[in-house]
Every structure is written in C-alpha cells, then in structure tokens.
Design a protein around this ligand. Structure first.
Ligand code: FES
Ligand code: FES
Length: 174
C-alpha cells in the first residue's frame, strides 16, 4: 500500500482526515484536509500529473478521472468523496507500459495536438466504452460533451473513439 506521509501533515493539523482508496489499482492512504479537491490530491500528493487542471470550476473536463466507473471532474470532487473508491487516471490506462487501443487510436487519428485535453478526453471515452462497448456517434458526442478541445475540431476524437470501440469489440485487449 502506498502511504502518503509528511506533506499532508501527519502531525500538523487537527482537522486532517484519513483517506483510503485505490488509485490505478494501488491502495493509497493519506491524511488530507477536508477541503482538498481530488484533483489536488492526485496531482500534488500522488504526483499523477496526467490529471490536468484547466478551469478549476467544472467547465473544461481536463481534470476528468474515473471514480467507481463514472467519469467525474476531479476539480469539483473532494478528495474525501473518494473514500473507499476505485480511481482510474490516464496513468492507469496503459497496458503493461504500452498504449491502450484507445490511446493508440487517438494517435492514429490525430485526435490530439497540444494534448492538454487528452487525458480528460480519454477518461470520458474510457468510462463510456466500459458501460457501452458499441456507442453511436451521438452517444460518443454526449460522453465527451464536457471535455473542451481547442485544437482538433473534435471530429478526429469521435473517429478515434469509434475505432477503439471497434477494436475492443473485436477482442483486442484494451
Ligand atoms: S479543471 Fe476541472 S473541469 Fe476544468
Ligand atoms: S489537443 Fe489541444 S486542447 Fe485538445
């Protein structure tokens, strides 16, 4: 289990609360301030810098992670809401160090340019494909509607998710 000690203040504050959860398959336990966001917990305490901070107020989707199977804006989620939860970030998507089919299709379809939106976009897509392996275009659009991209024009992203879904349905490991 990954124990997060000092900079969360094992001894410092009186109001820190123990948070235990599973992040990318690894058990994590830390003392956190009640107001700490899940975004800050993941980035600052666990150093999972693939989780991006964009607007910080639920508008851009850059901070999207999967919590108990649902895509959530980690900037609007308190870390303590993750007590007992299973969290997946973009760092947990890869297959034994290689890219997943979903990630590969993003690359193939030029579905990323600056890449800032990509981790959040991938997590929204992953949550969709986990609950619906054969989504239509409208369902894909709806799933990523909360993820803003300034670079791609969105069409390559829709194509990439469609292609990844097909590969996964054909039995390729995700
Ligand atoms: S940083 Fe969370 S939605 Fe923009
Ligand atoms: S690739 Fe730049 S914001 Fe989407």
């Amino acid at each position: 289990m990954r124990e997060q000690p000092s900079n969360t203040g094992e001894t410092g504050g009186t109001d820190r609360v123990r948070l235990s959860c599973v992040v990318n398959g690894e058990k994590v336990s830390a003392l956190v301030e009640p107001h700490l966001t899940l975004l800050s917990f993941l980035r600052q305490e666990l150093k999972l810098l693939g989780v991006k901070e964009g607007c910080g107020e639920g508008e851009c989707g850059a901070c999207t992670v999967i919590m108990n199977g649902n895509a959530v804006n980690s900037c609007l989620t308190l870390a303590l809401e993750a007590e007992g939860a299973r969290i997946l970030t973009v760092e947990g998507l890869s297959n034994g160090g290689g890219l997943s089919a979903l990630q590969e299709e993003f690359v193939k379809h030029d579905a990323l340019q600056c890449g800032f939106c990509t981790p959040g976009m991938l997590m929204s897509a992953r949550a969709l494909l986990d609950r619906n392996p054969d989504p239509g275009t409208e369902e894909i659009k709806e799933a990523v509607a909360g993820n803003l991209c300034r670079c791609t024009g969105y069409y390559p992203i829709l194509e990439a998710i469609t292609a990844a879904a097909k590969r996964e349905r054909e039995g390729e490991q995700r």
